[in-house]
Design a protein around this ligand. Sequence first.
Ligand code: SF4
Length: 376
Amino acid sequence: MSDNIVSFRKRFFPDATNDQWHSWKWQLQNRLDTPTKLARIIELTDTELSAFDSSQQRIPFAVTPYYLGVVAADNQNNALRKSVVPVADEFRFHADESGDPLTEEAHSPVPAIVHRYPDRVLFLATRQCAVYCRYCTRARIFSQPLPAISRTTHWKEGLDYISQNKQIREVIISGGDPLLLEDETLKSLLQEIRQIPHVQIIRLGTKIPIVLPQRITAELVNMLRSFHPLILSLHVIHPDELTREAVEAITLLADVGIVIGSQTVLLRDINDNTSVIQKLMEGLLKLRVRPYALFQCDPVLGAGHFRTKLETGIKIIEELRLRTSGYAIPHFIVDPPGGKVTLAPNTLVSKDRSGYKLKNWKGTHIEYADPVSGES
Ligand code: SF4
């Protein structure tokens, strides 16, 4: 175990046996999910107390004992702390924010499906997460008293929809977090999807290896490997999350050939600087995780305090180009209702009949011309 987690566990969970601490079910059963439980471990700040006191619970609060250890429980200024512990700013709503910023409801033909792009769908398999991120784009599904997603009705409707729409090439299982499903339950869903002939790729969107690495067992990865080609979109926001436990979990997944790409939300005062993102992306690459997406934080109701200007993300990408290799540079993506847009520093300065003026990684302008021998 990571040293800080060892001391955290000794101090705050002295009665937990090794087996218990390393059990994902024990971690879930012992989540800190009330301010009273949390306050036994960390001293809550005024803004956190005020958020907990609010009668309008935006998103449930819950954090695994393991992940609370990661967020350096004894440090009120830890950057990751505000990603999971509510603050009063959550209840300051702004005119540009929405409960459904991606207009997913309008693109949901049946409750378990979001269909925004012709060739791929989101399959919402569960409404549970191991921890609740305060900036979650899908906060609305946790904040409303919706019935649990049913396997017999919602899953079946979703699978029927995919079967009937032959242009669907890729299914992204998300939620909630699909890796919270029991092995057998997840296996049966994967089997059903794999039986649909036109589905080529299955993707799992998850934060579990980061917040509940105990869930990534040999049994789970052996089950998953039988469903290749399988892509895992790993939600990770900060290099401090790459603990020894997370590294072991990611390694287990990579060792069975699962393609892993990262998804990072750009968050003010948490990871909105180039050094933090560079350390995270280079750390991921070493673990065989392809740095894939750096997302502009969506205008979710009550998440204004997490949002940065678009220029911040573009500048981070520009600075990464000076500092590291292309493999460690994610795409910077903003996701307005009409569909995702990738933003990058402008490297085409001008174009005329004689050719192009380009800007290289150092910012130097370079002349470039098309081939003179025709276009084909
Ligand atoms: S793990 Fe993902 S779905 Fe769950 S609360 Fe966090 S951002 Fe939302």
